[in-house]
Design a protein around this ligand. Sequence first.
Ligand code: TEU
Ligand code: CA
Length: 560
Amino acid sequence: MKKQWWHEKVAYQIYPKSFKDTNGDGIGDLRGIISKLDYLKDLGIDIIWISPCYKSPFADQGYDISDYYNIDPVFGNMSDMEELIAEAKKRDMYILMDLVVNHCSDEHEWFQKALADPDGEHGKYFYIEECKDGKLPCNWRAYFGGSVWEQIPGTDKYYFHAFHKKQPDLNWENPVVREKIYEMMNWWLDKGLAGFRIDAIINIKKVLPFKDYPADREDGLCDIGYMLAEAEGVHEFLQEMAEKTFRPHQAFSVGEVFNAKEDELGAFIGDKGCFSSMFDFSQTICGHSLKGWYDSDDITPDEYKNCCFTSQRQAGKVGFLSNIIENHDESRGVSRYIPRGDQSEISKKLLATAYFMLKGLPFIYQGQEIGMENLKLDSIDCINDINTLDEYQVALDAGLSPEEAIKTVNRFSRDNARTPFQWSAEENAGFTTGKPWLFVNPNYTEINVNEQLGRKESVLNHYKKLIMLRKNKEYKDTIVYGEVVPVMADVQNLMAYYRMGEKQTLLVLANFQKEERTVTLEMPYKRVLLDNYGQEQWYDNITDKKNILLKEYQAVILEM
Ligand code: TEU
Ligand code: CA
């Protein structure tokens, strides 16, 4: 694997609507991001991915773009964007935008023209079909519920949408569409963008002609995953994209790739891959049920560990994964991967250590660095997210009571991660002086940046230490490139692995449980590089360096 400039970096995701508001309208904005660049720099962040801030009607919070060449006025304007890119550069930081090109908004000019003349040039930018013998072209279920087909008013024609009906899919089989997309990407890269996070990209290749798969719910529809498992040829599109956009700009790209087949990894990432990196979602999807959120399982520490190790083994020498514990589509990592009821600063720091030390590019999602948690709602009323509203209904339809259905929402809602960032204990968590567009998690009085900045053992300072260790000259090479070798893999609730580098071997030990335990090492350790209890020195001074006592949710990084 060739070394790349971004391998040793640390990345951060910003959900702009909820990061920092500067004009009191209750919505985060680009000036808010600029005002917090120093905070991010101080944390140790290099690469910043900003969720969509293009012009949008916000049916899916900006993942429905109506103009790829403009910033939505709620976020600011193009000169704010240019300033953000320039201010980031000054600090040796890199900006990634979100590339949403599986679909656009139904309010995009292309789609408006397609509606006006479905048989004309712009009709071919989308998938527009007619019913055959009174039957829709296929029975696939859209991600946000219902059929993927929506009727074009006043006609007998239907257009395809894998997500919401306000997100019509672009027809990637049409070379004109592909050229328009590449042109737009290059326009942004020429502006000084470092690259893109690529949204929902696996969906651009459809099995054509459209056909049915066996229905998997009573609605007579089927999960789109059946189609994705059969679709072939996405890599031809993506190689073309890489050739025409990323490579000439040496841009960084990270793909949101679900449903990848193991033997395809090398086509996505690594020396010949279309992307620089892709997210490891194996933990994210663990436990998910095709029936919906209500039927999905919690994930145990052992399942979590096995997901990580399997992905690490598969990616191995092929390429660099991007590691996450949460993003804007998921529940908060500390609420999902730490067994229910065991959330504490100690266990949050354990989870941070366990995933951050894996091989790959670590991403931190806004608020993760202070240990922001899931919601505890008792009603659906304040939920904004379309996906959550659909899953709530799916749960009710399956016979759950509203009380049970809301528990599902608290576990999986995308709004868990979308509530405003908790900067301080002041009103609205210091996010806005106005009325926030989405309610603030009431725990902001305890969990906020201000409180954690000055406290040595806070979650925030633990993240800082992890980042400093990754950048420490002495250990950097091992942490970035060292092989991941699981140890004691069958010991319950223990996540342990070596990072074997040319200069040294590190051991990460994470006691994923309340009960303390003694772990006998294969060899004595030399020193403790990091301990989530902050007792590095104590460990250095004891004589028995082979048997190590791990307290409740203790995690240590040892040099062997
Ligand atoms: O997500 C793609 C995707 O597959 C999601 O439907 C995901 O499975 C779901 O959110 C998990 O709950 C991307 C974006 O990250 C998401 O925010 C958008 O809604 C979606 O694409 C459509 O653009
Ligand atoms: Ca604002």
